[in-house]
Design a protein around this ligand. Structure first.
Ligand SMILES: NC(=O)c1ccc[n+]([C@@H]2O[C@H](COP(=O)([O-])OP(=O)(O)OC[C@H]3O[C@@H](n4cnc5c(N)ncnc54)[C@H](OP(=O)(O)O)[C@@H]3O)[C@@H](O)[C@H]2O)c1
Length: 326
């Protein structure tokens, strides 16, 4: 199979597109013929020297992929369209930047009707996380028309969060540091677009005004702290990321005086039923034609190294789609 192999030696990392034999899999794994993968923030972290995310010196990258089963697998017939994501995929086990991938049942989701492998990888782990965040807020009772702030709004998670919130009858407020992104974000359904620093007011006080009925944050650090101090009484933030920082300096006041909730969202170890439910809700909320708006560009395996560089520097809008057959 053709694959992007990431190898680290002497504190340096090399990325090569090579013909390799499938490696490190179990006999009872599913065998998937990959049609598309996508670039996630984590993929760029895996491809760094001294990566804190990669768990082995050599791995085929790609934390997600979609395609068809090469052979029957459990109840699923050969040819069934599936997504593969999570667990150690692309971090320790060979991942989706390849023409084939092998994975255990718990990382495999049959795609619901209406989602092709291409559409599933436009969504990708980022979009799956965006929908899981929306569902987490809805579980706590998000009211129709609720004003929900989304941070990192031009990114993979953020942009799809804006779109799904709008489609499901809420008013997403997109917070972005990318100049010139307002028109695109309004096109996705943002009711308003604000800057990265405009999340809360009253900087000298412990709590800001109550502004947001909910929040989806993939930025972390001071951004998440600002969101917490500006949530309305009883509101929640679904937190999934750390692009600004993994640290969180806050007080207990949002929790004990405004009954605010901090909801963790994790795509990696999500159980099978949750995976299936999130993919179903994606298919119910978006049509494939809508999803094309999220494609920043489409690359082959050789285009991955520059794509990682662009993602690290915030030079992308939406998702980079990967066709490993190119
Ligand atoms: N928990 C999970 O299972 C899970 C799953 C998927 C992703 N994630 C995490 O979610 C985060 C986002 O992933 P992604 O794929 O959406 O990444 P992405 O496409 O790179 O988007 C991140 C966005 O954050 C904003 N941003 C970048 N650097 C920033 C900084 N220093 N301060 C504030 N904002 C900054 C940018 O948006 P603007 O320019 O619009 O502000 C950027 O587009 C990552 O930390 C990723 O690891 C977690």
């Amino acid at each position: 199979m053709r694959a992007l192999v990431i190898t680290e030696s002497d504190d340096d990392v090399t990325l090569r597109v090579e013909e390799v034999a499938p490696h490190g899999f179990d006999e009872d794994d599913a065998h998937v013929l990959v049609e598309y993968s996508g670039v996630n923030y984590k993929d760029a972290m895996v491809a760094e020297a001294r990566s804190r995310v990669r768990r082995t010196p050599r791995v085929v990258g790609g934390v997600d992929a979609a395609g068809t089963l090469a052979e029957p697998f459990g109840d699923l017939a050969a040819g069934t369209a599936v997504a593969v994501h999570g667990g150690a995929l692309g971090v320790e086990r060979d991942g989706g930047f390849a023409t084939e991938v092998r994975a255990p049942a718990r990382w495999i989701s049959p795609l619901p009707e209406g989602l092709t492998p291409r559409a599933a990888m436009i969504v990708g782990t980022a979009g799956w996380t965006a929908m899981a965040s929306v569902l987490a807020l809805e579980h706590l009772g998000l009211a129709p028309n609720a004003e929900v702030v989304v941070t990192g709004a031009t990114g993979g998670v953020g942009s799809q969060a804006v779109f799904y919130l709008a489609r499901r009858g809420y008013r997403p407020v997109a917070s972005t540091g990318t100049p010139g992104a307002a028109e695109w974000l309004h096109g996705l359904g943002a009711a308003a677009v604000i800057g990265r620093e405009d999340l809360s007011d009253r900087p000298g006080r412990v709590l800001g005004s109550e502004r947001w009925d909910g929040a989806i944050d993939c930025v972390g650090g001071p951004t998440l702290a600002q969101v917490l101090r500006a949530l309305r009484h009883g509101a929640a933030v679904a937190a999934s990321g750390l692009v600004a920082s993994a640290e969180l300096a806050t007080t207990v006041y949002p929790f004990i005086t405004r009954a605010v909730s901090l909801l963790g969202v994790d795509a990696v170890e999500a159980p099978t039923l949750q995976r299936a439910r999130v993919w179903r809700e994606v298919a119910r909320t978006a049509r494939e034609a809508d999803l094309e708006a999220f494609v920043d560009r489409e690359v082959g395996l050789a285009g991955l190294a520059p794509a990682f560089e662009d993602l690290r520097h915030g030079r992308t809008r939406g998702r980079i789609l990967v066709d490993p057959r190119r």
